[in-house]
Design a protein around this ligand. Structure first.
Ligand SMILES: Cc1cc2nc3c(=O)[nH]c(=O)nc-3n(C[C@H](O)[C@H](O)[C@H](O)COP(=O)(O)O)c2cc1C
Length: 357
């Protein structure tokens, strides 16, 4: 898939119908993954409220975001028309359909064929929504089991004539396992990460966990800037583990060009943004483009592809870091920070002394 730029709307409210997709392409987004679709929208019933925010104690800024939103509740026939319409109006933008179904080969293949016929550019298989859909054994119920991930991916790639990406859940110990399974099943791209299972807080007046629906709650998916370090770690692990001909689409807490560059440097060739767009609007694309362009001029990169994975060679082992410090004759610095030093200074000062940024 040839993206006009590496900035892609992540599956969710920013890609929830043709109107919002058109608005984002007009604003300058290179591609979009539409909200996940399935064969039977009648089975999808959302609740209100379904979002919750974690705010910075100091500034009130939103640093974490939880949702218990399901996949699209719009009928598949409506979606098929809209995929056609968007592709017709925006032939140069990349439109990826996110699909999800129950564990049944005929259902996955029927959905794949129907959606493919509309002319979308690629598929993203949602093996990763961690709430609601799991009660029907969908979403992360599949992505947490590499054998299912491989099998279902192979059902899709058997009938798909366009690229297939598999979207990973972070709610797993070793993200490389489902990713490699999806690749064995024929996926040529890995999207990472979907949301992290979370409880955003507890209301101390009512004693109810949030978001509270008619007095009750379920754990939901965590996104926004708080998840970025976890997403960066998982993307780097994937980049170091998967074959070179498989691309990575990095997702998780990207809110500006600085964040996007981190994902590119750790091996993503595109980046997806969902919560950032929900909080800032589609116009955030202007800063994303300007910031990445400025970085490329400053650092003398002529293509985005040259940035991809540039920071990966700097990962090492702890043992190697110790040896490198010794070689640089800085082993004394290591000695000076041994654990018995902590009592001599205020703990906050000592913490600051050992912090890199
Ligand atoms: C309200 C909301 C709805 C979402 N719906 C979907 C969805 O339908 N399919 C999907 O694959 N991911 C969905 N996601 C996950 C996002 O695409 C993304 O993987 C995750 O939120 C992390 O990225 P972000 O921090 O940029 O939001 C949703 C996220 C949010 C916040």
């Amino acid at each position: 898939m040839k993206f006009p730029n590496p900035f892609v709307l992540g599956s969710g409210p920013p890609g929830t119908n043709a109107r919002v997709l058109a608005k984002s392409f007009d604003a300058g987004w290179g591609g979009a993954v539409a909200k996940t679709v399935s064969l039977e929208s009648a089975k999808v019933v959302n609740v209100v409220p379904r979002y919750g925010k974690l705010r910075s104690r100091a500034t009130g800024e939103v640093i974490g975001f939880e949702n218990i939103e399901l996949i699209s509740d719009r009928p598949i026939d409506v979606w098929l028309d809209e995929f056609r319409q968007v592709k017709k109006e925006y032939p140069n933008n990349i439109l990826i359909a996110s699909i999800m179904e129950e564990y049944e080969k005929s259902r996955w293949q029927e959905l794949t064929r129907m959606v493919q016929d509309t002319g979308v550019d690629g598929f993203e298989l949602n093996f990763s929504c961690p709430h609601g859909m799991t009660e029907r054994k969908m979403g992360s119920e599949m992505g947490e089991h590499p054998d299912l991930t491989e099998e279902v991916t192979s059902w899709v790639t058997e009938v798909a004539k366009i690229p297939v990406w598999a979207k990973m859940t972070p709610n797993i110990t070793n993200i490389r396992e489902p990713a490699l399974a999806a690749i064995r099943g024929g996926a040529t791209g890995i999207s990472a990460i979907n949301t992290i299972l979370s409880v955003i807080g507890v209301d101390l007046d009512t004693l109810r966990p949030m978001p509270t629906v008619e007095g009750h709650c379920v754990p939901g998916g965590y996104s926004a800037q708080a998840v970025r370090p976890i997403a960066l770690r998982m993307v780097s692990q994937l980049a170091l583990a998967i074959p070179d001909n498989v691309s990575i689409s990095g997702i998780g807490g990207i809110e500006n060009s600085h964040d996007a560059l981190e994902f590119l440097l750790l091996g993503s060739s595109t980046v997806q943004i969902c919560t950032g767009v929900m909080l800032q609007g589609v116009k955030m694309i202007d800063e994303l483009k300007e910031g990445v362009e400025k970085f490329m001029v400053d650092k003398e990169f002529s293509t985005v592809q040259e940035i991809v994975g540039k920071s990966l060679p700097y990962f090492s082992t702890h043992m190697d870091l110790v040896q490198k410090m010794k070689a640089a004759k800085r082993s004394k610095a290591g000695e000076a920070s041994r654990d018995n030093e902590w009592a001599q200074k205020d703990i906050t000062e000592k913490t600051a002394e050992l912090t890199s940024n």
